[in-house]
Ligand binder design. Structure first.
Ligand code: SF4
Length: 305
């Protein structure tokens, strides 16, 4: 799961969400029920509860101080050096944040392992945007890549996400981080696609390692991510990849429609794949109402509705 790795009681500019204030619920040490090979934190034994954590009142005070110093905070991002749903007072904290957040939105970044816990589901339904990781579907992949705590029942994770989707009326985003030779194999990708279709999130962010990982693992290439995105037919897939190679081509209107029928494309995809002429053709499809530009939890997609 991505996290802000400082104490994060300070504004973090984010293109996608505006100004985000990160709330780290495990500032002193890593406390996680996973020990992912790609983690940006040092390797650590898994835990199922947090032993050291700030009090709700301390977090609320820090957030109030940040609001006093920074007029415009758009998003309160609940995160941790580890897994934020292990914070024992998460439900109360979310209620307290709701009282003071004003127009700001709440966002949580979680590894998704606790999503089959009904009380966690109820707490997360109160949060404006819930972003859960799902790197694997098979048990062997979860064990090798996410190095899960032995108490986690991976078979219930996808079911828990499906249940949560039915409960959560606000934004729900899934994130998949691909690691070379681990979850980039066709069988795992197929399992992921089948699971994603059933879960039906608003958007799926796919990416790879872009910071030094805890263990010796390698990122996949942009081409691999692009090919995976194309295989996730009909899903709002957002490829997160720094410095994408540019590969512009000419597409006529029919080709654009057929591309978008296969998969909605982000503004970044268009910038990377479409020549100027094709972008003009796309705009004329938008003007005629055949293609719409829609927002999915902060990411804009061209799609056929
Ligand atoms: S879920 Fe994985 S990447 Fe996120 S903190 Fe835990 S071990 Fe690190």
């Amino acid at each position: 799961m991505p996290y802000s790795n400082s104490l994060t009681f300070g504004p973090i500019p984010s293109r996608r969400f505006g100004i985000s204030l990160g709330i780290d619920l495990s500032p002193a040490t890593k406390q996680c029920n996973f020990d992912c090979l790609y983690c940006e934190l040092e390797a650590a034994a898994t835990v199922t509860t947090m032993e050291t954590f700030p009090k709700v009142s301390e977090v609320v005070r820090a957030v109030q101080d940040a609001f006093a110093k920074h007029e415009k905070i758009d998003v309160l991002t609940i995160t941790a050096n580890g897994e934020p749903t292990l914070y024992p007072h998460l439900d109360r904290l979310v209620d307290e944040l709701d009282k003071i957040k004003g127009n700001a939105k709440t966002l949580i970044l979680s590894n998704g392992a606790n999503i089959y816990d009904k009380s966690i589901q109820q707490t997360l339904t109160k949060i404006d945007t819930v972003k859960l990781s799902l790197d694997c579907v098979s048990l062997s992949c979860f064990k090798k890549l996410d190095r899960i705590d032995s108490t986690i029942d991976v078979e219930q994770i996808v079911e828990g996400m499906i249940e949560f989707r039915a409960l959560h009326k606000k934004a729900f985003v899934l994130e998949v981080l691909f690691v070379k030779t681990l979850n980039d194999k066709p069988k795992e990708i197929e399992l992921l696609y089948e699971a994603i279709k059933k879960i039906n999130p608003d958007r799926v962010d796919i990416g790879t390692i872009d910071r030094p990982p805890a263990y010796k693992v390698k990122p996949v290439t942009y081409e691999t991510l692009s090919s995976i995105a194309n295989s996730f037919e009909g899903i709002n897939v957002n490829i997160a990849y720094k410095n994408r190679p540019k590969a512009v081509q000419n597409f006529d209107e029919d080709e654009i429609i057929s591309l978008l029928q296969r998969r909605p494309l982000t503004l970044e995809d268009i910038d990377n794949l479409f020549t100027q002429k094709s972008q003009i053709s796309l705009q004329s499809l938008v003007n005629s109402g055949k293609v719409k530009l829609v927002d999915s939890s902060g990411v804009k997609f061209y799609k056929i509705l």
